[in-house]
Write a protein that binds this ligand. Structure first.
Ligand code: FAD
Ligand code: FES
Ligand code: MG
Length: 303
């Protein structure tokens, strides 16, 4: 059992939890992730290790509630426990001083970006950051990214805060201004990572993306996280999660990520029906009953 030491909502439907996991806290490196299972009947989901405190023996996760499992974990408070926390998983980010790095975080993608950007800055790189979200309420970790960045541009798609527009517009402006970029690392929704790779491709700027396919076992055995990179099959859980953005078959990734939409919606609807709180799920049409509070039960079913 892994006790939750702290749980708080840091933006609309975005939660930060500090979890006691001393061995993982000691070992983990930037770019690695956990697989978490709330209870016996819950599914396993991958979440990035955003930070760790080896002295306290804790790891920090930041996640957005998009369906049943994230809503279930978000409903937990300090003092509650998680049944399984497995990690650190995935290959750590390759960290070296390459010169100037542009770190781009879109929406919840800024959470996985933060530890990588921190490590790249510590290695001596000049760090230019672009942090964006659809709207002000969904913007996260602006201050944390500002604190480690030599320069930061903040964008919102709808102009509700900071610069109006997409992260790719800010990136294009940097390139047009003649900024010499040695490495671009982009983490966010798949269309955003694809768009960033298309902006950098003509300029031959090395672009790393962190992929988020559906994972099941996260040991390279089940094949769920299969992606095609440079025409070759890769398993994101053991070969990634980071890959060359110019080589990724994003179309296939989008298609595979949508494979279980019906089952995901049904799982969320069952969760809400049993009293779980919806918390703005992207998949579910169901709304939580007004008199229901978040619950800490685990639910059955495929999810
Ligand atoms: P569901 O309703 O079941 O699914 C919603 C969507 O999430 C699906 O359409 C699918 O695209 C994706 N998804 C569903 N199940 C899985 C699964 N088992 N594995 C991966 N994706 C799935 N999210 C964060 O908010 N913060 C993070 O730091 C973070 N880090 C990640 C690191 C890695 C290496 C990967 C692969 C994913 C990461 N994610 C992160 C995404 C997170 O795992 C999914 O949002 C979560 O699994 C959704 O589960 P759900 O039951 O709440 O939603
Ligand atoms: Fe099973 Fe990667 S999640 S092979
Ligand atoms: Mg799910």
């Amino acid at each position: 059992m892994f006790p939750i030491l702290e749980s708080k909502e840091i933006a609309k439907n975005v939660f930060l939890q500090r979890i006691q996991a001393p061995r993982i806290a000691r070992k983990r490196r930037a770019g690695q992730f956990l697989v978490i299972r709330r209870g016996e009947l819950s599914e396993r989901i991958p979440l990035t290790i955003v930070n760790s405190d080896p002295a306290e023996g804790s790891v920090t996760i930041i996640f957005q509630t998009v369906g049943k499992s994230t809503a279930e974990i978000a409903s937990l408070s300090a003092g509650d426990t998680l049944l399984d926390v497995v990690g650190p998983l995935g290959l750590p980010t390759h960290i070296e001083n390459v010169g100037t790095v542009v770190g781009i975080g879109g929406g919840i993608g800024t959470a996985p970006l933060l530890p990588i950007a921190t490590a790249l800055k510590s290695a001596g790189n000049l760090l230019l950051s672009i942090v964006g979200a659809r709207t002000k309420d969904l913007l996260i970790l602006e201050e944390e990214m500002r604190a480690i960045s030599d320069r930061i541009v903040v964008t919102t798609d709808d102009g509700s805060y900071a610069k109006k527009g997409f992260v790719t517009t800010a990136l294009q402006e940097m390139i047009d201004a003649g900024t010499k970029i040695d490495l671009c690392i982009a983490i966010g929704p798949v269309p955003m990572m694809k768009a960033v790779a298309e902006v950098t491709r003509p300029h031959q700027i090395k672009t790393v993306v962190s992929l988020n396919p559906i994972m099941v076992d996260a040991t390279g055995m089940c094949g769920a996280c299969r992606v095609t990179v440079g025409g070759k099959t890769k398993f994101v859980c053991v070969d990634g999660p980071e890959f060359d953005g110019h080589e990724v078959d994003f179309k296939e990734l989008v298609m595979r990520n949508r494979a279980y939409l019906k089952e995901e919606k049904e799982a969320m609807d069952r969760f809400v029906h049993k009293g779980g709180k919806c918390m703005g799920s992207a998949n579910s049409a169901a709304k939580p009953a007004a008199d229901k509070t978040p619950v800490t039960v685990t639910t059955g079913g495929a999810n």
